[in-house]
Design a protein around this ligand. Structure first.
Ligand code: HEC
Ligand code: HEC
Length: 160
């Protein structure tokens, strides 16, 4: 067998040096994760925030930010029965037939329009599951600052 040439030896030495040095260099250059955890670590669940909930009429309304926004619920809901096909406790205060007596705001105008745009005398079945759109208030500041500008006139946002 031929003796390894000087060139081959130099190449081998260079490769060995790279193998030793590369991991150090890569670790230094590794991207830093913006969420502060290792990039390979699974996301930790966010803290559960309690709903701000008291009796109806005792909590300030959260201003709406755009006209088609479902307003957040300004009262507790945990003590109400779950909404089922037969029962909906929300409507026992917000229904068109009872809201005046209960001194509660009636469900929105959009709740009396069916999917073809026809006006209905009673609430549309598509609005039966209130909590699909309306959620209780939570003291949760935005995670990321933003400059979103809504389209609601302040006077309207405060309406009860
Ligand atoms: C015991 C009567 C009662 C029941 C039951 C009730 N609410 Fe209310 N709700 C009120 C009253 C009174 C207000 C007026 C605002 C307040 O709380 O100050 C209100 C306000 C609201 C608002 C805010 C409207 C706005 O303009 O900001 C929403 C949304 C709402 N309720 C949704 C619900 C949903 C959804 C349920 C069922 C999970 C429900 N409510 C059950 C009495 C009730
Ligand atoms: C598909 C989404 C959706 C569902 C389901 C829904 N809402 Fe709404 N709700 C809205 C939106 C959007 C608005 C604001 C526009 C309007 O007033 O119609 C609103 C407005 C309201 C308001 C304020 C009305 C006003 O004039 O200020 C009340 C009260 C309300 N909803 C109660 C309910 C109750 C109670 C239910 C269940 C029976 C319900 N909503 C189901 C989307 C929804």
């Amino acid at each position: 067998m031929k003796k390894p040439s000087t060139l081959t030896l130099a190449t081998l030495l260079a490769a060995a040096a790279w193998a030793l040095w590369a991991p150090v260099a890569l670790a230094v250059d590794a991207p830093k994760s913006m969420r502060g955890a290792d990039v390979n670590a699974a996301d930790a669940a966010a803290d559960t925030k309690p709903w701000a909930g008291k009796r109806p009429g005792t909590q300030p309304l959260v201003a709406r930010t755009f006209s088609t926004q479902p307003p957040v619920i300004p009262h507790a809901v945990e003590n109400f029965d779950e909404i089922t096909l037969e029962e909906n406790q929300c409507l026992s205060c917000h229904g068109i037939d009872v809201y005046k007596k209960k001194n509660a705001p009636v469900i929105g105008d959009s709740h009396f329009i069916d999917r073809e745009g026809k006006k209905l005398a009673t609430a549309s079945a598509a609005r039966h599951n209130c909590m699909q759109c309306h959620v209780p208030q939570v003291d949760a500041p935005p995670l990321v600052g933003n400059a979103f500008q809504g389209d609601v006139v302040p006077d309207k946002a405060a309406k009860k």
